[in-house]
Design a protein around this ligand. Structure first.
Ligand SMILES: [Zn+2]
Length: 282
């Protein structure tokens, strides 16, 4: 059986202490992953980042970082791409300080491009330039393009794989809620579908991409065009079903990091962990 790690996107609910104390707190809850949220900009100092990294290693909490939301590598406007790359560069450097293994980001928007292909090519070109710039400067984190929640955004499973195939150090970040919203509910309905995505990633990017597979989960509300809002696991009216995704992890035997993006972060991370423990005994 693979190792499944669970943790919140950002500081646990109700935790009032400093960021550096979060790993110890997560370990006391039985959680072992943390995605540092730099979604409004990378502001952590090198000292704090290094301390957070030490604590994470001490308590065996796997660290990742979510880069700023305002990134559009597919823009036809070079200055937008340049600023986006700056944010991603900051995220990579701070992640290196803390020893985070993946820098998750939303690649960009199709808007302004003639075809989705053109948008994807712009993203790849920008990331190749960044990779070259960071070579020898950053050793730990890998770029982790995320599957996105809106049909206006670059970020289908195929696109994320294609981005990674064109980079030296890259791993996909699969957000199952986003895939559900992006397809307006058509996807993440069966264990076989989820296994299909896992196998596709493994086949095209090699087994290291699923050792571990970096993933996000919550329930999600969608409308035309995709994502509206993240919801808790207890809200029956929304999908996808965590049991389906968990069973696919157990059946394939992959290692996975599961970051809870539910409004009740760590609480739902624990719910997901408990459900997987139940499923593994079936
Ligand atoms: Zn994201």
């Amino acid at each position: 059986m693979g190792r499944l790690r669970f943790g919140p996107a950002g500081k646990p609910l109700g935790f009032k202490g400093a960021m550096e104390r979060v790993p110890e707190y997560l370990a006391s809850l039985g959680l072992d992953a943390l995605e540092y949220e730099a979604v409004r900009g990378v502001r952590i100092s090198e000292t704090k980042a290094r301390r957070l990294g030490e604590e994470a290693r001490k308590y065996d909490v796997k660290l990742s970082m979510h880069a700023p939301y305002y990134i559009n590598l597919a823009s036809p406007d070079d200055s937008v791409v340049e600023r986006s790359l700056g944010r991603l560069r900051d995220a990579m450097i701070a992640s290196d300080w803390m020893g985070a293994y993946a820098v998750v980001f939303h690649p960009g928007y199709y808007k302004g491009n003639e075809t989705p292909r053109q948008a994807l090519e712009r993203v790849v070109r920008a990331l190749q330039a960044l990779e070259e710039e960071l070579e020898g400067k950053v050793s730990t984190p890998e770029l982790a393009p995320e599957t996105t929640g809106k049909s206006s955004q670059v970020g289908s499973v195929e696109e994320v794989i294609e981005i990674c195939r064109n980079l030296k150090r890259c791993r996909p970040a699969v957000d199952w809620a986003h895939l559900h919203a992006r397809s307006e509910g058509a996807f993440v309905r069966s264990v076989d579908e989820v296994i299909g995505v896992i196998e596709q990633i493994e086949r095209e990017l090699g087994s290291r991409a699923v050792r571990p597979l970096h993933t996000h989960f919550s329930k999600i509300e969608y409308g035309r065009g995709g994502e509206r809002e993240h919801h808790t696991l207890a809200e029956e009216e929304y999908g996808p079903d965590w049991r389906i995704v968990c069973r696919a992890y157990l059946e394939t035997g992959i290692d996975a990091v599961i970051i809870s993006e539910s409004p009740i972060l760590d609480k739902d991370a624990l719910v997901m962990k408990r459900i997987c423990e139940e499923e593994s005994k079936r």
